[in-house]
Ligand binder design. Structure first.
Ligand SMILES: Cc1cc2nc3c(=O)[nH]c(=O)nc-3n(C[C@H](O)[C@H](O)[C@H](O)COP(=O)(O)OP(=O)(O)OC[C@H]3O[C@@H](n4cnc5c(N)ncnc54)[C@H](O)[C@@H]3O)c2cc1C
Ligand code: FES
Length: 339
């Protein structure tokens, strides 16, 4: 049996024994440490860490979960990791995330479906039947059942937790898709919806440095939740917060009024939007989200970056940062791969 040290971002370390042939995830769960997981198949990267010492093999790693450069830097998926020696693994999340009993199944009711752009809807749901407040960290997500089917999809909460469990998701409407078709063609207020939550290890860590949020498309959802929480608890943040929000075309921009309200309520908050395709009447910048970045936003690399959206956007931003060798900055990300 090999001994593996699990080091969490709050400075705590837990030790587990890993049997020959056992994955690190299975060994941790067997010993009561609930590392956050979703797919268990090497696709979602929820169970990700970085191995700083020891020998190991990874079974399957989807290219959307970890890039070649992630692998070279020692990133691992614990659901796919078998160790060949004692190891140490660093996690970007706190140990408290590993002591809950895991996601629970909830019954909710759709109260409103708001088409906020040509390609996205905000779905409002009422989960007050649960009784107590559902606790989650803004940035985390839920598995949502597509009503009338056996299909489940992942969606980041687009709100902060609240006592009456009035929850929101910001959902991209693909031209064809199980959830997209349901929301466009059949969904009605009053319909029941099942969820499993909370899931994921993307959340706002303790704020000690300027924050940079980068949203691609409906990746904005996670930041709406984080900013809602900061508006409710302004004492948590005395650092500048900059949101960069990129979409494909002007018609995809959404929740701009809500973002403007954050700017009114949070004195340190500023935001920039960019669209990939030119359009009549659009006076803002055209290009990809990294075109908005200037050295002055990055405080000589002393920043905490949060990226959320489609895998190509997350990879492009990480590539941009790698080229500039911002070794002191911390990067947290959530990729919206097909779920
Ligand atoms: C952790 C996590 C959090 C997520 N949070 C959100 C969120 O807050 N808001 C949100 O809109 N989405 C989010 N997603 C993506 C979401 O779960 C679904 O994949 C997406 O909504 C498509 O579902 P669908 O049933 O409409 O399409 P499907 O029936 O699943 O797919 C239809 C077709 O579209 C392709 N496809 C699926 N997803 C995408 C995509 N993202 N881009 C391009 N093509 C795609 C499929 O490969 C398939 O060919 C998240 C994904 C993950 C893993
Ligand atoms: S739970 Fe390990 S990659 Fe999804």
């Amino acid at each position: 049996m090999n001994k593996v040290a699990l080091n969490f971002s709050d400075g705590r370390t837990k030790f587990i024994g890993v049997n020959a042939g056992e994955t690190v995830l299975d060994a941790a769960l067997r010993q009561g440490i609930t590392i956050p997981v979703d797919c268990r198949e090497g696709v979602c990267a929820t169970c990700k860490g970085r191995c700083s010492s020891g020998d190991y093999q990874l079974e399957y790693v989807d290219e959307d979960a970890l890039s070649q450069s992630d692998l070279e830097q020692g990133s691992v998926l614990t659901c796919q990791m078998r160790v060949a020696s004692d190891c140490a693994i660093e996690f970007g999340f706190e140990s408290t995330l590993c002591t809950s009993s895991g996601p629970e199944e909830l019954e909710a009711v759709i109260t409103k479906i708001d088409l906020v752009s040509e390609s996205a809807a905000v779905v409002y749901i009422d989960a007050r039947a649960r009784g107590d407040q559902l606790d989650f960290l803004p940035g985390q997500y839920a598995h949502v059942n597509v009503p009338g089917t056996e299909e489940w999809r992942s969606y980041s909460f687009a709100c902060a937790p609240n006592e009456t469990n009035q929850l929101q998701f910001l959902i991209r409407l693909l031209p064809q898709g199980v959830m997209s078709d349901y929301l466009r063609d059949r969904a009605k207020p009053g319909e029941r919806m099942k969820l499993k939550a909370p899931l994921g290890a993307f959340y706002l860590h303790q704020i000690k440095r300027p924050l940079i949020f980068v949203a691609g498309g409906t990746g904005l959802a996670a930041f709406l939740g984080m900013l809602d929480q900061l508006v409710e608890n302004p004492e948590r943040c005395d650092q500048p917060i900059t949101l960069f929000y990129g979409v494909t075309q002007v018609a995809d921009l959404c929740e701009i009024e809500r973002i403007q309200q954050f700017a009114e309520k949070l004195p340190n908050f500023s935001y920039y939007s960019i669209v990939m395709k030119e359009a009549a009447g659009w006076q803002g910048p055209v290009g990809v989200v990294t075109d908005l970045f200037e050295d002055s936003h990055f405080n000589d690399g002393e920043v905490d970056l949060y990226l959320c959206g489609p895998p190509p956007m997350v990879d492009a931003v990480k590539g941009w940062l790698d080229e500039r060798e911002m070794a002191n900055s911390a990067i947290h990300y959530e990729k919206f791969s097909a779920s």
